[in-house]
Ligand binder design. Structure first.
Ligand code: IPM
Ligand code: MN
Length: 372
């Protein structure tokens, strides 16, 4: 298959983790005889420094024409600490999501049995967790009108949803559930918000055409508790932009590190793949960032194009790295391996990824969690 892939390294650890993903994609090309071409483009705080804009027109153009976009991370401390900055890296991400209509963000949260934890969540309560969040990505409070009064003492963020915005992501969630455990949980705040009540009406109607999928509705406050107490009860979680943002980060507590979580943001004509994590500027250039979230995002990219065997080869190589304890320090505090080493190991094992039989299956106890 021929694929043109836009590479948006972005800020902080973004370029470093992206580099490991490209190694993996090249290994896939070689092993499975594909031809991928790569186009690097400016994005995020680094693009603001270079061009004055977080998403320069040339980057948007490259992304629009590409078959897929692979993104590292965006964000920089100088903007986090300056709420009054008028141009911000995040605006580039929002514009990209909006202009390419990447309306559904798919965020799987799946426990790797070889990584055990002794932290707040014990292994029994999270065992078997395999859920996926379908987060609406181009509407809601993120994109509603924002106002601040002249005296700066009152601010408003408008939350708006249309039936169409709800139904297009809902259909994707129900279709996904059909091939999984056949349950959709709509997470909302319908006891308070008019938009949530619209979500309930639209989604309940859509559920009728997916007879073999069970729909359950849950308030966001309860869902956050349920996700910590018994995450294995969930299959597909369908929710709006804001609640989806919050719930998906909560997923990192279940998995053990935000450095392990990939995502796909899809629309009708474009798709972007990126880790959930931020740019972790404190770790930039130190070769300590976990490349797995980015590498698993490439696995999602491959399965988006129906390259299932290729995608499985990437995931198997990642699992092999866990079994062999070739991991970064967020996974195992005592590990001596860096971003590069882990990336090379995974890329080298894509060629021959299914010999897990001979691997020493000792569990890895989680190290300190990273703050990316
Ligand atoms: C995410 C991120 C972004 C969001 C930030 C960087 C604006 O947290 O993709 O989850 O809130 O959507
Ligand atoms: Mn987020």
């Amino acid at each position: 298959m021929e694929l043109e892939i836009a590479l948006l390294g972005g800020d902080g650890i973004g370029p470093e983790v992206l580099e490991q993903s490209v190694k993996c994609l090249k290994a896939v090309e070689e092993t499975f005889n594909h031809n991928f071409t790569y186009k690097e483009a400016n994005f995020g705080a680094v693009a603001i420094s270079n061009t004055g804009k977080p998403l320069p027109a040339s980057t948007l153009d490259i992304c629009r024409k590409a078959d897929a976009i692979l993104c590292g991370a965006i964000g920089a401390i100088e903007y986090d600490n300056n709420p009054s900055a008028l141009i911000r890296p995040e605006q580039g991400l929002f514009q990209l999501r909006k202009d390419l209509e990447l309306f559904a963000c798919i965020r799987p949260v799946k426990v790797f049995p070889s990584i055990t934890r002794n932290g707040i969540l014990n292994n029994k309560s999270i065992a078997g967790t395999d859920l996926v969040i379908y987060r609406e990505l181009t509407g809601g409070i993120y994109f509603g009108e924002k106002q601040i009064s002249e005296d700066g003492t009152t601010a408003t963020d408008l939350c708006t949803y249309t039936e169409k915005e709800i139904s297009r992501v809902a259909h994707l969630a129900f279709k996904a559930a059909k091939n999984r455990k056949r349950k959709v949980t709509l997470v909302d705040k319908a006891n308070v918000l008019a938009t949530s009540r619209l979500w309930r009406r639209v989604v309940t109607e859509i559920a009728k055409s997916y007879a073999d999928v069970k729909l359950e509705c849950m308030y966001i406050d309860n869902a956050t508790v349920q996700m910590m107490q018994n995450p294995a009860q969930f299959d597909v979680i369908l929710t709006d932009n804001m609640f989806g943002d919050i719930l998906s980060d909560q997923g990192s507590v279940i998995i053990g590190s935000v450095g392990l979580l990939p995502s796909a943001s899809v629309g009708r004509d474009n798709a972007m793949f990126e880790p959930f994590h931020g740019s972790y500027p404190q770790a930039k250039g130190k070769n300590i960032a976990n490349p797995v979230a980015s590498i698993l995002s490439t696995a999602m990219l491959l399965s988006h194009f129906d390259l299932k065997e290729e995608s499985n080869a990437v995931v198997s190589a990642v699992r092999k790295s866990f079994h062999k304890k070739i991991v970064t320090t967020d996974i195992m505090g005592s590990s001596k391996y860096g971003t590069d080493y882990v990336g090379n190991f995974i890329a080298n094992n894509i060629v021959d990824s299914d010999d897990l039989g001979n691997i020493n299956d000792e569990n890895i106890g989680l190290g300190k969690s990273t703050i990316i």
